[in-house]
Design a protein around this ligand. Structure first.
Ligand SMILES: Nc1nc2c(ncn2[C@@H]2O[C@H](COP(=O)(O)OP(=O)(O)OP(=O)(O)O)[C@@H](O)[C@H]2O)c(=O)[nH]1
Ligand SMILES: [Mg+2]
Length: 320
């Protein structure tokens, strides 16, 4: 951090406070990587100050890179939320993990997020090892500090820093916001000087149609269990702005088998109704307009091997 401290070395006597604020802009891409469920999407939303990426208690919620844009002091920080890294089995898994590492390699800075309650084992350990070969500056972020004792945090920080040369270690709680200001202050200074990449009021690069599909997928992850969330995929098919200021949105939930369709619909359509209500409510809040949401469940065997679905999600289609 020391090489950046001279940014403050302005000739104070001649500088008005507005001039200091107007100083050089900083900008850059910051990848959030980590094991699945570490809290990457929760932290992204916290740092951006808006819901940009969906969150659930289940693993493998995020499937493709989602950019969330924050402005802090003179810096525009473009966070890249990535899918959690885990041992892939299906084609979709492989695409998700490739996308996560790709995100890291495209970033100016990498934040490794660790669930401090879970510690460094399994996937987190594999990622730590993998980070040794990544060139960019790396920052360690221990998340979920609301769930652990301080002495355990210190042990965890020491253990991670033994393996990878992290520039800094931060301890945060994405849900309470604790430690997040320090992290933002650091990032704003640490990113290189340069013009902003996005207009000032833009908070995400995800088109509304896709965010809307993601919101429905989140409700589905929260409501349905076992293999179903992983066997399903949501697409927005129709988006019609009405004269009365409301919007009609039609979405399709793709599942792989007829038996899954039955579960997604639920007894007397209860499951789909609950998903639809929850999604519509949140979409109305985000869009600030009345939303008429229509969900259809369709069986599409092997959607997980269909290149078109991957393109739709913003993922590369793995050849094998
Ligand atoms: N107690 C606590 N829970 C947290 C914190 N951050 C995230 N969580 C919870 O951890 C779970 C996973 O959060 P996500 O943000 O979806 O995790 P992720 O790393 O994006 O997961 P994937 O997209 O599946 O890789 C959710 O239930 C969050 O509410 C935190 O700081 N404290
Ligand atoms: Mg996520």
């Amino acid at each position: 951090m020391t090489e950046h401290e001279d940014n403050n070395a302005e000739p104070a006597a001649e500088t008005h406070s507005e001039d200091v604020q107007a100083g050089p802009t900083h900008s850059g891409f910051v990848a959030l990587i980590g094991a699945t469920n570490a809290g990457k999407s929760t932290l992204l939303n916290r740092l951006v100050g808006a819901k940009v990426s969906i969150v659930s208690h289940k693993v493998q919620t995020t499937r493709a890179i989602v950019r969330g844009i924050a402005i802090h002091d003179n810096a525009q920080i473009v966070f890249m939320d990535t899918p959690g890294i885990f041992k892939p089995r299906r084609r979709l898994d492989r695409a998700m993990v490739t996308s996560a590492w790709g995100g890291a390699k495209d970033a100016d800075l990498i934040l490794l997020l660790v669930d401090s309650e879970r510690g460094i084992r399994g996937d987190a350990e594999t990622i730590l090892e993998g980070l040794k070969d990544v060139q960019q500056p790396k920052i360690l972020v221990l998340n979920k500090i609301d769930r652990v004792r301080p002495e355990d945090l210190l042990k965890l920080a020491a253990r991670a820093n033994e393996t990878v040369a992290f520039e800094q270690t931060f301890m945060v709680s994405a849900t309470t916001g604790s430690g997040c200001d320090d992290l933002m202050n650091f990032l704003a200074k640490r990113l290189p000087e340069g013009p902003w990449y996005y207009p000032e009021d833009q908070i995400s690069d995800l088109p509304m149609r896709q965010l809307a599909a993601e919101i429905t997928r989140e409700k589905l992850f929260l409501r349905l269990h076992q293999e179903l969330p992983y066997a399903s995929h949501v697409e927005t098919e129709k988006w019609e702005e009405k004269k009365d200021g409301s919007v009609r949105i039609e979405q399709v939930i793709y599942v792989e088998r007829d038996s899954q369709k039955k579960i997604a619909l639920g007894k007397n359509g209860e499951a789909i109704k609950a998903i639809s209500t929850a999604s519509r409510k949140e979409l109305s809040e985000i869009l600030e307009q009345t939303v008429h949401l229509f969900l259809f469940v369709k069986v599409r065997e092997n959607w997980g091997d269909d290149p078109e679905r991957f393109r739709e999600m913003g993922l590369e289609f793995p050849r094998s």
